[in-house]
Design a protein around this ligand. Structure first.
Ligand SMILES: CCCCCCCCCCCCCCCCCC(=O)SCCNC(=O)CCNC(=O)[C@H](O)C(C)(C)COP(=O)(O)OP(=O)(O)OC[C@H]1O[C@@H](n2cnc3c(N)ncnc32)[C@H](O)[C@@H]1OP(=O)(O)O
Ligand SMILES: Cc1cc2nc3c(=O)[nH]c(=O)nc-3n(C[C@H](O)[C@H](O)[C@H](O)COP(=O)(O)OP(=O)(O)OC[C@H]3O[C@@H](n4cnc5c(N)ncnc54)[C@H](O)[C@@H]3O)c2cc1C
Length: 666
């Protein structure tokens, strides 16, 4: 905010019962992370090249060129200022525009790191780190995305030349969707079925050069282009999602990523001791980062809706006094505050997921693979539930802002358009929950075998208790006890998984049973994932959290998140007998009283996200709350207002009007 400028939300900030600066540290993860983030946010906001308020007005070509300009400028600044990896990634975050760089840094580099041998890493990573090559992740095809084993592109080993021949045998085998592929990438990690000596060996990654490093023209045998406009204006259209076909393209043998499986000069196929599933490792990594992205997108929408709800007044004036702030309506609170609580919940579960991922990666380096299935289930499941909830929440925030939420300059329509494909990319959310369900059913089926479930399924080890326990909640206050809440969530989740396992056992063919019961299985998987989010929020509160009143606020938010989920899925809790209808009603009573506690802190709780006005890019979410004059000024900047009489008046409006006059005269 400019020094001396009026703060229309000052009154809201004064009622906060906690230290906002300390909450900023907790949200950022550490004082250091906050400092870096703050510095990079300001660096980006103060640089005119990173302007983005005109994005939705640009044509596709202008938007794309502008994105290239921003990406090049960001890279120049990163090199000039010798920014660290952490600082550079914050710069890209605050530039806030989907670009080929997301896939280069987010998937191409991790694929080589995770699936390449040491030699391959030494050869390719330095080039990628200096951006002397630009890469994308080319897995999905026109005909197959979810079903990775169904990919049709082939990579046939030619022992005569010591090469692989990469080929697209059908139309449906065309690579379709990879970001950065359409117009920018010089290289791809392309996924193809490995064929050696006529035998198939599953899908593997191959580094393929696509374009000349001299003039950017496609290399012989490569057909490549952009797949066209996507949902919304601005939004994800800054990304060149691409189509790619290979016509018997030859690459050296050592460009197959060979950490999992090696093909020797003689054409021998050697499986290393690394599990085959590591070929999917890049997706596990990215799913983990997508959970953190969910908390960012959600907090951004909630910040806009909360500030605007405090500014906006509607009805309720008494004796000529001001009307009621819409944030004071209980309905507004019951729609908004659970989303605020969810933003914090997703933040902390993503912190935990990152530590789980780091731990599993270290174990994999040491040749320990036992935690891989849990890492896969957690990343897949949490990616699924957090992105679905966030996409719904952004749309809810738009509605919470009434008519003005529908204006592009509220920031919410573009945020929705950019965000919503997160429910599909990196694994369709339903397909991913089915993966979690498989894991849960397997865990349940092993309960009798003496195998003790660990990690996030450890609670299933107490199946005997959880299958018949009764919640002892007697008052609304009892719902503030985390143990009571967790037990209800555990009972619901376990009972849903066990019911699925029992129903599955009735089918002679397990795969047929799984297909028939898929809808129930997805619900059981979601219940398990919600339990993880609730538990990790409560566990966060066990840590030392400094700052006046900060822990207290987080306790309130954790209860809101848990009781909101309970209220939303009351049917599950009741039908599994995990709680009684009376206890469900008490949870709702508690929720109402928690909303009142959040109310005086709401604006401060969104200030703690520490977003600059540049990052939010929302007239409604401005830090100073000066909404109306800005909306008014912005309207006049629309290109339609460049002329008072619009283009087309002479051709289309005037003849109409004249005709009416003639008709009237008749
Ligand atoms: C307002 C402006 C705002 C601006 C914002 C700016 C910022 C925006 C930036 C955004 C950038 C985002 C970029 C997005 C990039 C998207 C990239 C993609 O989509 S890339 C494309 C993404 N594509 C997808 O995600 C495709 C999704 N599909 C798949 O992942 C697989 O095909 C499958 C998992 C569904 C099945 O696979 P299949 O082989 O048929 O396997 P089975 O089922 O038969 O299971 C066999 C065994 O394997 C096990 N296992 C499975 N997976 C894993 C794993 N990962 N690990 C370990 N294990 C795993 C499984 O548990 C089972 O174990 P068990 O029971 O035997 O013990
Ligand atoms: C913006 C965007 C960016 C992308 N970027 C990349 C990229 O960089 N690289 C890349 O390789 N790919 C990329 N993709 C592709 C993306 O990963 C796939 O679209 C995604 O994995 C979903 O696969 P699909 O399109 O085949 O969906 P489908 O599987 O065809 O889904 C269609 C419907 O079928 C349902 N369905 C499918 N299988 C099952 C099942 N077994 N049981 C029940 N229901 C099922 C789904 O739930 C969904 O409702 C991107 C996609 C988008 C939208």
């Amino acid at each position: 905010m400019e020094v001396g400028a009026p703060d229309y939300l000052a009154g809201e900030r004064q009622t906060a019962e906690f230290d906002v600066e300390s909450m900023k540290v907790t949200w950022a993860g550490s004082r250091h992370a906050l400092e870096v983030s703050d510095r990079m946010a300001r660096l980006v906001a103060s640089d005119p090249v990173f302007r983005k308020d005109n994005r939705v007005m640009l044509s596709r070509k202008e938007l794309f060129k502008n994105t290239l300009r921003k990406a090049a400028h960001a890279w120049k600044r990163i090199v000039e200022l010798r920014l660290t990896e952490e600082e550079a990634s914050r710069v890209r975050f605050f530039v806030d525009e989907p670009a080929f760089t997301d896939l280069h840094w987010g998937m191409f580099v991790p694929a080589i790191k995770g699936q390449g041998t040491e030699e391959q890493q030494q050869k390719w990573l330095p080039l990628a780190y200096k951006m002397q090559i630009i890469g994308c992740y080319a897995q999905t095809e026109l005909g197959h995305g979810s079903n990775v084993q169904g990919l049709e592109t082939t990579a046939t080993f030619d022992p005569k030349t010591d090469e692989f021949i990469i080929h697209s045998p059908t139309l449906t085998s065309s690579k379709w969707w990879p970001g950065g592929l359409g117009k920018v990438s010089t290289h791809a990690v392309a996924y193809a079925r490995l064929i050696v000596d006529g035998q198939e060996h599953g899908v593997h990654g191959f580094i393929v050069q696509l374009r000349s490093l001299d003039d950017h023209m496609p290399l012989p045998g490569i057909t490549v282009g952009d797949i066209g406009m996507k949902f919304g204006s601005g939004a994800y259209n800054s990304m060149d999602n691409g189509v790619l076909r290979f016509d018997n393209v030859r690459i050296p043998r050592d460009q197959m990523l060979m950490r999992v499986l090696q093909v020797t000069r003689e054409g021998k196929v050697i499986q290393s001791d690394v599990p085959r599933q590591l070929i999917y490792g890049t997706m596990v990594f990215v799913r983990q980062t997508i959970v953190a992205d969910a908390s960012c997108a959600l907090s951004r929408a909630v910040c806009i809706a909360t500030r605007y709800s405090a500014v906006r007044r509607q009805f309720g004036s008494q004796n000529g006094g001001p009307e009621t702030q819409v944030i004071d309506y209980k309905t507004q609170q019951s729609r908004l505050f659970p989303l605020l609580a969810s933003a914090y919940a997703f933040r902390f579960v993503s912190e935990w997921l990152k530590s789980l991922y780091t731990d599993v990666t270290e174990k994999l380096q040491r040749g320990e693979f036992s935690t891989l299935p849990e890492a896969h289930a957690c990343t897949a499941g949490l990616k699924s539930i957090t992105t679905s909830a966030t996409a719904d929440a952004i749309e809810e925030c738009r509605k919470l802002c009434g008519g003005h939420g529908y204006l592009a300059n509220s920031g919410l329509p573009e945020l929705f358009a950019v965000y919503v494909p997160a429910c599909t990319y990196e694994g369709d959310n339903t397909v991913l929950l089915l993966q979690v369900a498989r894991f849960l059913v397997k865990t349940v089926s092993q309960l009798g075998s003496g195998k003790v479930p660990v990690g996030t399924t450890a609670y299933m080890g107490r199946a005997r208790h959880l299958i018949q326990c009764k919640s002892n909640v007697q008052s609304a206050e009892d719902w503030l006890n985390p143990q009571v809440v967790v037990e209800a969530f555990e009972a619901r989740s376990l009972r849903m998984s066990v019911a699925c396992a029992e129903n599955l056992a009735k089918f002679p063919n397990p795969e047929e049973g799984f297909a028939q019961l898929a809808a129930d299985l997805v619900e059981a998987a979601a219940a398990h994932c919600q339990l993880i989010v609730v538990t990790k929020f409560f566990e966060k509160l066990q840590q030392d959290i400094p700052g006046k009143g900060v822990k207290k606020q987080l306790q309130i938010l954790s209860s809101v998140y848990a009781l909101y989920i309970l209220h939303k899925h009351l049917g599950d809790f009741l039908s599994t007998g995990s709680i009684t209808p009376k206890q469900g009603a008490l949870a709702n009573d508690q929720l109402r009283s928690l909303y009142s506690k959040i109310r005086p802190n709401a604006v401060a709780l969104v200030d703690a996200f520490n977003y600059t006005d540049h990052y939010l890019s929302s007239v409604l979410g401005r830090y100073d709350g000066n909404v109306y004059p800005t909306l008014y000024e912005e309207a006049w900047k629309d290109p339609l207002n460049d002329s008072v009489v619009p283009d087309g008046y002479q051709e289309y409006i005037r003849p109409l009007l004249k005709q009416q006059i003639r008709n009237a005269r008749l």
